[in-house]
Write a protein that binds this ligand. Structure first.
Ligand SMILES: [Fe+2]
Ligand SMILES: [Fe+2]
Ligand SMILES: [Fe+2]
Ligand SMILES: [Fe+2]
Length: 419
């Protein structure tokens, strides 16, 4: 089934304003919710946060009061939409459980995108970060067992394996090596644009989340782990945002954002299994269709350019679908765990000269305490072994197979390329 949002009629903008009682949605039941329903909710929230923040930045760079007022209306609706999806998270889900939801969602979202990316360079960018977010799930799962005494699989339900990825302590890179080459929006495949907008928004929200909740625990190991992972999420936003076309104008960008929101809700309205949540996505899709039309109108009015020229193929054909991707993740683990970034490209760590800035940066930030290593060490001490969920066999990287409490000692084996 395909869908062209420009050929549908949405909800008039005045009718999009909702009373508080509509926005104060009933949260999902954390015992019952499907992990991908949770992940879709988190992603929809990230998309709406992006819509709000993009609009604020655009308004701050706009002189014309009339345009500012139009943006303010659109943004008010985006802010309401954000409340409606963010309210799905129940208050009895702990901060760490929400974090596990973010981490699992990141893994299965990135695998979907990597597998649906037509451009090989962009696919490499997604596969590269996939292994890092996959590792975050493992670190947080160990923290969860250590401080809440529970198993992360109660949240992830066996859909995503939990074991080391590219170990977090090796993910820290000099900022010079986090900037990628941008795509050219006009030449890019429309799916590449949708993919990039999705991951930029998702990762920006993951970073916002870490920047906010990193101080919500008492335990030094928890505060340390959130601090360390937050800095990797900062790298990930730098990594992903650098692939966007920097020559896109504010108005083009506004159109692209609304078009992208249409894709997200068109996808989620098909994919969501909880009928109550599905209804929210259907409503939001009808809202975004009109928001897209208004954004196109603004672009016409100000830039005198046909918005359809920047949406060469406005029709969506592939819905964003969260699925179990264990064999794909295992394949990327087996072939790419030993990679790091050099300028805008990716190389095996073993090929770097010993004086490379990668080693200097890592030594500086890791200092004499690495929370992502210590959390596993402490959990081994408390529970006898590290928490893992390996449903499909031993770890594909021999150097990461043993449940050692200090992965760093094994990294020489990891970087020698997986067998
Ligand atoms: Fe929105
Ligand atoms: Fe992550
Ligand atoms: Fe990330
Ligand atoms: Fe929107």
């Amino acid at each position: 089934m395909s869908f062209n949002p420009l050929q549908h009629k949405g909800i008039a903008i005045e009718d999009q304003l909702r009373p508080w009682s509509d926005l104060n949605v009933e949260p999902y039941d954390k015992e019952q919710v499907h992990p991908y329903s949770r992940a879709r909710g988190l992603l929809a929230n990230g998309i709406e946060v992006e819509a709000v923040m993009f609009s604020h930045h655009m308004a701050r760079n706009t002189l014309d009061g009339e345009i500012k007022r139009k943006l303010a209306w659109l943004r008010r609706i985006e802010a309401q939409q954000q409340k409606a999806v963010n309210g799905l998270i129940p208050g009895d889900e702990s901060t760490l459980e929400v974090t596990l939801g973010y981490a699992q969602g990141a893994v299965d979202l990135t695998t979907f995108i990597a597998q649906n990316e037509p451009d090989p360079y962009l696919k490499q960018i997604y596969d590269f970060a996939l292994l890092e977010d996959f590792d975050h799930l493992y670190r947080y799962a160990n923290l969860y067992q250590l401080i809440e005494g529970k198993k992360a699989d109660a949240v992830c339900r066996g859909l995503t394996e939990i074991m080391p990825g590219r170990p977090a302590c090796f993910e820290h890179r000099d900022p010079n090596d986090d900037v990628r080459r941008p795509m050219t929006a006009l030449a890019a495949h429309p799916q590449s644009i949708l993919n990039a907008l999705t991951l930029v928004a998702a990762k920006q929200q993951t970073l916002n989340f870490h920047m906010t909740v990193g101080n919500r625990h008492r335990e030094p190991i928890a505060r340390g782990l959130y601090t360390e992972i937050a800095l990797i999420e900062e790298q990930h936003v730098t990594h992903y945002e650098s692939i966007l076309d920097p020559t896109t104008s504010w108005f083009q960008n506004l159109v692209l954002h609304q078009w992208h929101e249409c894709w997200i809700y068109w996808s989620f309205a098909q994919e969501e299994i909880d009928p109550r949540i599905k209804q929210i996505y259907e409503t939001h899709l009808a809202m975004e269709i009109e928001q897209l039309r208004l954004a196109c109108e603004l672009m016409w009015a100000v830039e005198k350019r046909d918005p359809e020229t920047i949406l060469p193929v406005p029709t969506f054909t592939v819905p964003l679908s969260l699925r179990e991707n264990k064999s794909y993740v295992r394949h990327i683990l087996a072939t790419q765990t030993d990679l790091t970034a050099k300028h805008a490209d990716f190389v095996p760590v073993a090929t770097l000269p010993s004086g490379d800035r990668y080693f200097a940066y890592r030594r500086r930030v890791n200092g004499d305490w690495v929370p992502s290593e210590d959390v596993v060490r402490q959990n081994v001490k408390a529970n006898g072994k590290a928490y893992r969920l390996e449903t499909d066999g031993p770890h594909p990287v021999p150097g990461l197979r043993t449940r050692r409490d200090n992965q760093e000692t094994d990294y020489a084996r990891v970087t020698k390329r997986a067998a």
